[in-house]
Design a protein around this ligand. Structure first.
Ligand SMILES: Nc1ncnc2c1ncn2[C@@H]1O[C@H](COP(=O)(O)OP(=O)(O)OP(=O)(O)O)[C@@H](O)[C@H]1O
Length: 480
């Protein structure tokens, strides 16, 4: 008899195909399942019986299942709730987090992961609501747009840090939305009534950076004609967003590390230590790991900052978001007083296949330019070319760029091998496979199930290769 055999699960799902698959998978694990498709039936079940776990879809036959979780709580305050949702927006992820659900899975989900969550939930007591705080969700839309799987992972990570003050490191190319993520964490989290202070460490001259961050006393250096409060003190009670952290000079890195370790700062030229209460969100478009190896970024600072990593992939790797982002920016441009435009299908197709080196920022600029300059309200591919030039319709070449990069690295590696070795083929595969698996583990915080999913391989295969290649998966579980 399996450990799960005593556990009863209520499945609230109006899609019969999904329900059938879920029931089969959970019954295989020894759970006993009751299934219904509406909130009314759900509430009836909960009145009659107690369940160990409830799995629920959001959009049900008779309405929005998330908005009525109060009813569920009144019947079964301790029962963990797992949400499955096809509404893959930041709003749904945040509402799920607001309702303190045990786990939230955007559809399509990995059945194994859901079953694993049910197993964990059935063994876990529901966490006591820390503060009975209810985060207000603004109705006029979330700041971040996009429903690609990559953005859903971002939303899930955001919701995980809303109820704590863990330090977050946001990585991604320029223009991918790192600052917007920092703002979302601030606005949706418990510090929203405090200040949000952003500082771009790359834009400040090296000799002024400490004074900018920590402030200075009058006369601390030439030009310090009055006392000044630094960004840390300005952000007290709120969030400090440290942008372009990879460009911070060495001396400032050391001072920043000290401040983060002690929770105290000292103004330049000052004697007194001042306690600070800030949540740090740092961001960089640089790969900090090689910088650590090169000695240009402090390793201890990296681990201080990289408590919760959130990675924003470039727009060319989530092209499915381009449509919804374009619509979002067309509406935003109209709100900003520009004419309201529509994109014809051929224009949209051209945008979807374009090489967006400047990422979402570039897309936003292009949409604003189109809104301003188009002659007609409907913009087609021809108008697009007239306004943006030939480059507008040049499809993205990044896959090729990347392939070229891998090819070059491989060539260099092959030249370095001894021709007599006779094992070049297996060595080359291992040389390629190890960093690939390590990358997947690092992206998923050491979660082998997710890493296998990311790589598109079976998790047993992954586990086997981890052993064979001598990878230490624990090295990648950095989230506190
Ligand atoms: N997912 C998104 N939904 C809506 N707007 C977005 C999204 N991502 C980025 N943007 C918009 O794109 C622009 C660039 O975003 P942001 O400044 O956050 O990027 P960044 O990664 O911090 O860039 P940099 O590294 O250059 O500082 C902003 O106007 C932002 O509002």
């Amino acid at each position: 008899m399996s450990a799960a055999s005593q556990s009863k699960v209520l499945l609230v799902e109006d899609d019969d195909a999904i329900a059938t698959v879920m029931i089969a998978a959970l019954e295989d694990e020894g759970f006993s399942i009751e299934h219904c498709g509406s909130m009314a039936e759900r509430d009836r079940w909960l009145q009659q019986q107690s369940f160990d776990v409830m799995l629920t879809d959001v959009m049900l036959e008779d309405g929005d299942g998330l908005s009525t979780l109060e009813n569920v709580r009144s019947h079964a305050p301790e029962m963990p709730v797992i949400v499955l949702s096809a509404q893959n927006t930041l709003d749904t992820a945040v509402r799920a987090s607001d309702n303190e659900v045990f786990e939230y899975f955007p559809k399509p989900f990995d059945l194994d992961e859901v079953v694993q969550a049910v197993r964990q939930a059935s063994g876990a007591r529901k966490a006591q609501p820390s503060e009975t705080e209810h985060l207000p969700i603004e109705d006029d839309g979330m700041p971040l747009v996009g429903r690609s799987p990559a953005m859903q992972s971002v939303y899930r990570m955001i919701t995980r840090v809303l109820r704590n003050d863990l330090t977050v490191l946001v990585t991604g190319e320029s223009g991918t939305g790192k600052e917007l993520v920092a703002e979302a964490i601030h606005q949706l989290g418990g510090r929203r009534s405090g200040p949000f202070v952003a500082v771009n460490t790359a834009a400040i001259p090296a000799d002024l950076i400490e004074s900018e961050l920590f402030g200075h006393e009058k006369g601390a250096f030439t030009g310090a004609i009055a006392q000044a409060i630094g960004k840390f003190e300005q952000a007290n009670g709120g969030t400090l967003f440290l942008d372009e952290i990879g460009d911070m000079p060495a001396e400032a890195q050391t001072r920043l590390l000290r401040a983060l370790q002690s929770g105290r700062i000292r103004r330049v030229g000052g004697r007194q230590e001042i306690g600070i209460d800030v949540r740090i969100v740092a961001a960089t478009n640089k790969d900090l790991v090689p910088m650590i190896a090169a000695g240009t970024f402090r390793e201890d600072l990296y681990y201080r900052l990289n408590v919760v990593p959130i990675h924003l992939p470039p727009l060319r790797e989530r092209r499915e978001d381009i449509g919804v982002l374009s619509q979002h920016f067309l509406a935003q441009a109209a709100d900003d007083g520009l004419p309201r435009r529509t994109l014809a299908q051929d224009a949209m197709h051209a945008l979807e296949t374009r090489n967006w080196r400047g990422n979402v920022r570039e897309l936003r600029n292009v949409i604003y330019r189109l809104s301003l300059m188009a002659r007609d309200d409907l913009i087609d591919a021809g108008n697009l070319q007239d306004i943006l030039g030939n480059e507008a319709l040049a499809p993205g070449g990044n896959q090729q760029d990347r392939d070229g990069g891998i090819g070059q690295a491989l060539n260099q590696w092959l030249h370095e091998q001894s021709p007599a070795a006779g094992t070049v083929y297996s060595q080359a595969l291992a040389a390629f496979e190890k960093p690939l698996i390590e990358h997947a583990l690092s992206e998923t915080n050491g979660n082998q199930l997710r890493a296998a999913k990311l790589l598109g391989i079976n998790r047993n295969t992954l586990r086997k290769r981890i052993g064979e290649l001598g990878i230490e998966p624990d090295r990648f579980s950095r989230t506190a």
